[in-house]
Design a protein around this ligand. Structure first.
Ligand code: FUB
Length: 313
């Protein structure tokens, strides 16, 4: 009833969890958000779902940049990077992330590299958070030379430590990998390692540091208190005292969402922490027609993270 709806809204407002309008953009379907704060603006680098209603697979060809100065009202700045920007790629503009360095913005993206394997990771570079961006390498940063090899080279997340060393983490479908990046941000530095302790890892790593602690947020698909079916995913997080681990898994911070996939970013903006993620909640939405949502995230005094309350509608 409308009385119940008003009461539910009041409860959320009083709990401090109310949030204006999820999904944040409904003019297109958006997915796989990565957040970046530059000055007074939060940018979300998002995928773009173009699958037809009822489709049974992804149709993703470009990435959009969303922006806001209050984490409440969002602008879609349009497609700022596309498969067509990588001459060596042909499809599958999956989950990317932007990392700044020396006044440039490096956009790491998984794409179908048209090689013997399936997914490669490329990197584009631009002079501003909104680009324009162009292929920084002319070929993959990480390539898949083996058909159907596991883990897939998808979902890169890049983190720069206080000493200036940058790290890249990636991988989905049973595995995560990590490596150092050279200061040019477009070459791996040293060997690829397998981080330990990211229990039930499935895909979508997101790395950040707070009060000297390294945090890894990731999609997990275990049915042990996390999801109702392994077709779905929740967001777990782990902490470490070293950027390459080993990690200690700390719990679930986002329950299963309405889409089968779950992909999140955690960011501090104007003194408030947020989780940015996706759901199937938009009108006409679905597993391949997803939409980005934003909700507040809270830390406990001991550095652990409270479960995010999904505000819907
Ligand atoms: O959007 C395509 C894939 O689905 C992403 O790479 C994964 O993180 C999952 O969201």
């Amino acid at each position: 009833s409308s009385v119940a709806a008003i009461a539910a809204t009041l409860v959320l407002v009083l709990a401090g969890g109310a949030y204006a309008a999820n999904p944040i953009i409904t003019s297109i379907y958006t997915a796989d958000p990565a957040a970046l704060v530059v000055g007074n603006t939060m940018y979300i680098y998002s995928g773009h779902d173009e699958a037809a209603p009822g489709a049974t697979n992804f149709s993703m060809r470009d990435w959009h940049v969303l922006s806001s100065t209050d984490a409440n009202t969002w602008t879609d700045n349009g497609a700022k990077l596309s498969i067509a920007d990588f001459s060596w790629a042909g499809a599958d503009a999956w989950a990317g992330e932007v990392e700044p360095r020396n006044g440039k913005y490096y956009w790491y993206v998984p794409v179908n590299g048209n090689g013997p394997g399936w997914m490669d990771i490329g990197v584009a570079v631009g002079d501003s958070p909104l680009g324009p961006f162009h292929d920084a390498k002319g070929g993959p940063l990480i390539s898949d030379s083996t058909p159907n090899s596991s883990p897939l080279n998808i979902d890169p997340t890049v983190f720069t430590d206080d000493d200036g060393q940058a790290y890249i983490y990636w991988g989905g479908y049973w595995g995560v990998r990590a490596a150092k990046l050279k200061s040019n941000m477009i070459e791996l530095d040293g060997s690829v390692v397998t981080p330990q302790g990211l229990t039930n890892y499935w895909e979508a790593p997101w790395m950040f540091k707070r009060n000297g602690v390294y945090y890894m947020v990731y999609a997990a698909n275990d049915t042990n208190g996390c999801v109702t079916s392994s077709s779905y995913a929740c967001q777990r997080y782990a902490t470490a005292s070293n950027p390459l681990g080993p990690w200690t898994q700390r719990g679930v911070i986002l329950d299963q969402v309405s889409s089968t996939t779950s992909h999140a970013a955690v960011v501090e903006f104007n003194g408030q922490w947020y989780m940015v993620y996706h759901t199937a909640d938009a009108p006409g939405g679905g597993n391949f027609r997803r939409s980005v949502a934003v909700d507040k995230l809270y830390f406990n005094a001991d550095g652990t993270i409270q479960k995010v309350i999904q505000t819907r509608g």
